[in-house]
Design a binder for this molecule. Structure first.
Ligand code: SAH
Ligand code: SF4
Ligand code: F3S
Length: 476
């Protein structure tokens, strides 16, 4: 059986080939029609928005053959765990989840458990799954998720386990059926993969070479979403600023794409993530024209120390980053900027850390995702000598978070007394009598009596500003 397995090979995943990416249209196969009739599926999604978008494709595929989604895993005939490999903690959580289904698999021979996503792309993970998690039926990766129905069919008909993880990125497959979670907010992939190779990061290995979708496919998708009444799209890529560099002569980039999207009648456009090194003046100029482009930019800095930035292979200095923030603020004075920061990177001294604190204080971030460095097998930084104690790393994280929270609160306070537009999403997570949504600046707002406005943009007068959220009254 082992010889039928296609396992990931890290040495292959690391390579970048010059071959041009081909684009294909997904074709439905009649042999799978009705395969899921009367059956339920349950998908658990870990990790970034890229994985959420992938899960919507997995759902679309399953629903195209009759499967129905359930939130109750107890009645599911098929469970898919779409995994994330970014930090050790994320992986540990997934192994725990996989273990939970052991009993279920033993008791019900027809139950199918599938593991997909970034963890499947890791050699060490697949070996561990094959050795100690023998109840997993399907292991597939990020490059072949459009083949999910084939994998399920093999398990059902041939009663054998399927392991198919490609280490070389595939082509772009358009028109994969998609079941979106929201009727008013949509993810739109503009590119796949990452070529940055930041020394701590596993993504270039799990997602492969950077591949941009053709502009007309992206624009058509957004046009269709606008026609269906969608209010907001978020353009996805690991580094959206390098969009298009792999297409033709590379002259149609992210700025050009946004310019075209500005003309589509979709009310709100967001994007994530921007790498500072590729943030062009043209892009700033296009963003400053606003229209449907939201005044919110997530701009991961990772560290405020040049020594660490260099060791991370981020390709900019802290001075260049500050200058970029200044340029963006000059062009878009009301912009809200958030960031990502890693503390405890190997060799980070107290002085390096203080440089990060200084940068955070001076750049005026209105939020940040902060992490303790987590070594990922196969990445260069995993081999860097790391002598700092975990207690000290935690102390740095706590100190940093206090500063970040101050920025978060300040960012909210500037809207006190203002009237802002909010796209109401649904009941608040903590109080079912309260309704929540986000402003153009990506501020979370809670209102009363929001029920009839779900999926709509309303004006809200803000009368309370807390650290994490705003409260107000709908006024139109
Ligand atoms: N492509 C995005 C980020 C994707 S990962 C970008 O470059 O901005 C999201 C965040 O996870 C990163 O910005 C980084 O701060 C963090 N991260 C990535 N690898 C990590 C690791 N090995 N340990 C700790 N944090 C990590
Ligand atoms: Fe990882 Fe860097 Fe690529 Fe972001 S840009 S996904 S941090 S390698
Ligand atoms: Fe995680 Fe893969 Fe996204 S590692 S953060 S799911 S690209």
């Amino acid at each position: 059986m082992e010889d039928q397995y296609q396992k990931p090979v890290l040495g292959q995943a690391r390579k970048r080939r010059g071959n041009e990416t081909q684009t294909f249209a997904y074709e439905e196969k009649s042999i799978y029609a009705g395969m899921g009739n009367g059956k339920h599926y349950y998908i658990q999604t870990h990790g970034c928005q890229g994985n959420e978008a992938d899960s919507e494709k997995l759902k679309g595929l399953l629903e195209s053959v009759g499967y129905v989604e359930t939130m109750d895993e107890e009645i599911a005939d098929l469970v898919i765990i779409n995994t994330c490999a970014i930090r050790e903690h994320a992986e540990a959580k997934v192994f725990g989840e996989i273990g939970r289904f052991k009993k279920r698999r033993r008791e019900n021979k027809d139950f199918i458990l599938a593991i997909g996503g970034c963890m499947s792309q890791e050699e060490v993970v697949v070996e561990r799954l094959l050795k100690t998690y023998r109840h997993v039926d399907i292991i597939f990766g990020t490059h072949n998720l459009h083949r999910l129905l084939e994998f399920i069919h093999v398990v059902m008909v041939e009663k054998r386990r399927v392991v198919e993880v490609l280490s070389v990125e595939g082509d772009i497959v358009e028109n994969v059926p998609t079941a979106r979670d929201s009727r008013f907010k949509a993810w739109v992939n503009i590119m796949y993969g990452c070529d940055e190779f930041c020394t701590y990061c596993i993504v270039p290995y799990t997602r492969g070479k950077e591949r941009s979708r053709r502009p007309h496919h992206i624009l058509e998708e957004i046009h269709n979403l606008a026609n269906q009444g969608y209010q907001e799209v978020t353009l996805l890529g690991q580094n959206v600023n390098s969009y298009g560099l792999d297409l033709d002569d590379g002259s149609y980039g992210f700025a050009e794409l946004l310019e075209a999207i500005q003309h589509i009648s979709i009310p709100r456009v967001r994007f994530t993530t921007s790498h500072p090194k590729d943030f062009s003046d043209k892009l700033i100029e296009v963003l400053s024209r606003k229209g449907n482009l939201m005044p919110y930019i997530h701009l991961p800095v990772q560290s405020g120390s040049n020594v660490i930035l260099e060791r991370m292979n981020r390709k900019y200095t802290q001075e260049e980053y500050r200058l970029l923030v200044q340029k963006i603020r000059n062009a878009i004075p009301d912009v809200s900027i958030t960031t990502d920061i890693i503390v405890g990177f190997p060799g980070e001294t107290e002085e390096d850390f203080e440089n990060t604190l200084n940068l955070v204080e001076q750049c005026g971030f209105e939020g940040a995702y902060t992490f303790i460095f987590s070594p990922r097998a196969g990445t260069p930084a995993a081999k860097y000598p790391d002598t700092l104690s975990m207690a000290e790393k935690k102390r740095r994280l706590l100190t940093l978070n206090q500063l970040v929270n101050e920025g978060f609160a300040k960012g909210n306070q500037r809207f006190l007394g203002e009237t802002v537009e909010v796209l109401i999403e649904g009941p608040s997570k903590t109080d079912p009598n309260t309704w929540s949504g986000y402003t153009p600046h990506n501020k979370l707002v809670h209102v009363k009596n929001g029920e009839s406005y779900i999926g709509k943009r309303v004006f809200v007068k803000i009368n309370v500003a807390k650290t994490w959220s705003l409260e107000g009254e709908i006024c139109g």
